[in-house]
Design a binder for this molecule. Structure first.
Ligand code: AMP
Length: 189
C-alpha cells in the first residue's frame, strides 16, 4: 500500500508512520529524516536544504521532489511505503501524482492527523529538538496552515483523503489508522 501521512508538526505522525510501516512490512519514508541525513553527509541536496531547514522554512519543491523520486524508485518500495512529511504543498502533490501515475503506482490513501493547535505547542515544547525552538515552531505551524491545508482539499478532490483524530494513546491512534486501511482495502491489518 502506498500511504501518505499529513499533519502539523507535533501531531504524532512520525511515530505512527514508523509503527504502521513495521506493521505492514513496508519502508517508512520521512522527508525530514532523508533531508537531515543529506545535510549530515553534505550531499548536494543537503547543502541546498540546510539553510531552509535551520530557519524552519520548507525546502524548495525541486530539491525535495528529487530526493523522494529517487527513494521511491528503490526496490524496497515495490510493495508500498508509508510517506511521512511529503507532499507538503499542492505543487509537490501534483508532481508526485504525475510521477506515480507514469509508473502505474498511484497513492492508495492520504491520512490526515487532526490535532488542536494548543496540544501541538505542548508536544513540540516537550520534544526539545533544535528545530523545535518557539519561533521556529510558530513559523512551522502557520506555514502548515497556509501551505498544507490546501493539500487536504486536493486529496479530498481526488477522493483519497481520510481524516483521523490524532489525540489518544499510541494504540488508539494506530487502531484508527488500521480501521481506515481496513475500510479501503477490505483487509484487516
Ligand atoms: P520534519 O522532520 O518532517 O518536520 O521536517 C523537517 C524540515 O525538513 C522541515 O521543517 C522542512 O524544512 C524540511 N522538509 C521536510 N519535508 C519537506 C517537504 N515535503 N517539503 C519541503 N520541506 C520539507
Amino acid at each position: 500500500m502506498r500511504i501518505v501521512f499529513i499533519g502539523p508538526p507535533g501531531a504524532g505522525k512520525g511515530t505512527q508512520a514508523v509503527r504502521l510501516s513495521e506493521h505492514l512490512g513496508v519502508p517508512h519514508l520521512s522527508t525530514g529524516e532523508l533531508l537531515r541525513e543529506a545535510c549530515r553527509l553534505k550531499t548536494a541536496i543537503g547543502v541546498q536544504a540546510s539553510e531552509y531547514m535551520e530557519s524552519g522554512r520548507l525546502v524548495p519543491d525541486d530539491v525535495v521532489n528529487q530526493l523522494v523520486f529517487q527513494r521511491v524508485a528503490e526496490p524496497d518500495c515495490g510493495d508500498g511505503y508509508v510517506m511521512d512529511g511529503f507532499p507538503r504543498t499542492v505543487p509537490q502533490a501534483e508532481v508526485f501524482d504525475d510521477f506515480l501515475s507514469l509508473k502505474g503506482t498511484p497513492l492508495n490513501v492520504a491520512i490526515e492527523f487532526r490535532v488542536r493547535e494548543q496540544d501541538l505547542r505542548d508536544r513540540l515544547a516537550s520534544r526539545g529538538r533544535h528545530d523545535d525552538v518557539v519561533e521556529v515552531v510558530q513559523f512551522r505551524l502557520s506555514e502548515y496552515d497556509a501551505v498544507t491545508t490546501p493539500l487536504l482539499n486536493y486529496y479530498q478532490g481526488r477522493g483519497i483523503l481520510r481524516t483521523i483524530n490524532g489525540i489518544g494513546t499510541l494504540e488508539e491512534v494506530s487502531e484508527r489508522i488500521h480501521s481506515v486501511i481496513h475500510a479501503i482495502t477490505g483487509r484487516r491489518v
